[in-house]
Design a binder for this molecule. Sequence first.
Ligand SMILES: NC(=O)c1ccc[n+]([C@@H]2O[C@H](COP(=O)([O-])OP(=O)(O)OC[C@H]3O[C@@H](n4cnc5c(N)ncnc54)[C@H](O)[C@@H]3O)[C@@H](O)[C@H]2O)c1
Length: 263
Amino acid sequence: MTGRVEGKVAFITGAARGQGRSHAITLAREGADIIAVDLCAQVGTVPYPMATPEDLAQTVKEVEAAGRRIVATVADVRDYDALKEALDDGVARLGRLDIVSANAGIVSYGTLAELPEQTWQDMIDVNLTGEWHAAKAAIPHLRAGGRGGSMILTSSELGLRAQPNAGHYTAAKHGVVGLMRTLALELAPDFIRVNSIHPTTVNTPMVMNSATDPVGGAGGHQQRRAVAGLGRVPLRDRDHAAGRRGVARQVTGAYGADLAPGL
Ligand SMILES: NC(=O)c1ccc[n+]([C@@H]2O[C@H](COP(=O)([O-])OP(=O)(O)OC[C@H]3O[C@@H](n4cnc5c(N)ncnc54)[C@H](O)[C@@H]3O)[C@@H](O)[C@H]2O)c1
């Protein structure tokens, strides 16, 4: 199917690689222009290499190859003013806003008894506050359009159940559910739908690296044990039987059900 979001504009955080890049390319192939944001730098408490400016440039290339426009900016979702400026600039250049994918995120590991303060704070700032910032910056544009819209907050299966050794990630992703439920009520009068998605383990650089890879990683036993727990609940039974991880494309596929009506 093509053209399901023809002529619309989507704002995606964490768009340099992984699921964010997949969302950008898929929405572009379905007809949307893209406003992309990524930090393109390291967060000190994250135990694997994060995205680079070259990764964001690759997303730009692939969206343009799909025949759509993209405004890409290096910005930190923790910095509300910078994020708002990037989005405002994108809307000024592309003319409207219809879809929000609050996707940027990090993962790190440690028990709640021992977690360093900075590791907790970085997680809450990026994975919870960062998603609120994306929503807050977008709401005036969605309302101004007067056409409704769709907001999709990336949570995790750990937004629905607990995981030892990742309590800060689990708390932030549960927090995203509260954010989604409240935004859904507050924005319903404007015909703006708000949903959260809850991926299981997805084959992206966040987990496919030596610090966190549950299978081949050279990282510590604690990290491998924590991620191995994530891997127990697959995207689909068929994948489980085959021992496969989910791929970002499948997560983007989950957008289909949400984007189809009215967008
Ligand atoms: N990969 C998985 O197994 C998995 C499972 C469930 C949920 N998730 C969630 O999916 C989302 C996407 O993750 P992914 O798997 O594509 O990982 P990824 O590391 O490949 O991509 C995350 C992107 O977010 C960006 N980012 C991080 N902090 C940022 C900040 N402060 N400001 C702007 N950008 C920032 C990174 O630079 C990176 O490009 C995250 O919210 C993650 O928690 C991932």
